[in-house]
Design a protein around this ligand. Structure first.
Ligand code: 4NP
Length: 163
């Protein structure tokens, strides 16, 4: 049987140094832990280009280290081409979502908010931790660790291996 094409997921925030690289890392660890990393291509980007080429924020790397979630991605800016070459684009907040929609010329069928994968006890937006305290980074990881199993389940259900 032919190997199915990978399921391509991109997480998007503003600067691509806090929330979306953390989401990428949480999701990457999850697919590895489930033995399905060969089925996924996971990356992230920012709607702003302030930090292109940078590693994730040191505070986010430290928060990830405490949970065994390594973060080694380099920041890149979201471009329109990404949108047509991903199966699922996940925005961290509604402002990112609006920016993605502007870039996509109305073709937003594959764009969702991270909180679409959470129950309503969580906020609609993943709060931007950049100007806050360390507990903000922990909260972002809590939210991502709650959402990513639902993203994995939904992705595997909508991309069955043998079709
Ligand atoms: P992120 O956080 O969007 O989660 O990566 C931010 C990082 C940097 C800035 C804002 C938010 N900044 O203004 O430089």
């Amino acid at each position: 049987m032919e190997t199915p094409p990978p399921i391509r997921i991109m997480f998007v925030c503003l600067g691509n140094i806090c929330r979306s690289p953390a989401a990428q890392a949480v999701m990457q660890k999850l697919v590895q832990d489930h033995g399905v990393s060969d089925r996924f291509q996971i990356d992230s980007s920012g709607t702003a280009g302030y930090h292109i080429g940078a590693l994730p924020d040191a505070r986010m790397i430290a928060a990830g280290d405490k949970r065994g979630i390594p973060m080694t991605s380099r920041a890149k800016k979201l471009i329109a081409d990404h949108l047509s070459h991903r199966d699922l684009i996940i925005a961290m907040d509604r402002e990112n979502l609006a920016n993605i929609q502007r870039l996509s010329n109305g073709k937003t069928g594959n764009v969702q908010l991270l909180s679409d994968f959470l129950d309503q006890s969580w906020p609609r937006d993943v709060p931007d931790p950049y100007y806050g305290e360390d507990d903000g980074f922990e909260y972002v990881l809590d939210m991502l660790e709650a959402a990513c199993p639902a993203i994995l389940k939904s992705s595997l259900e909508s991309n069955p291996k043998c079709n």
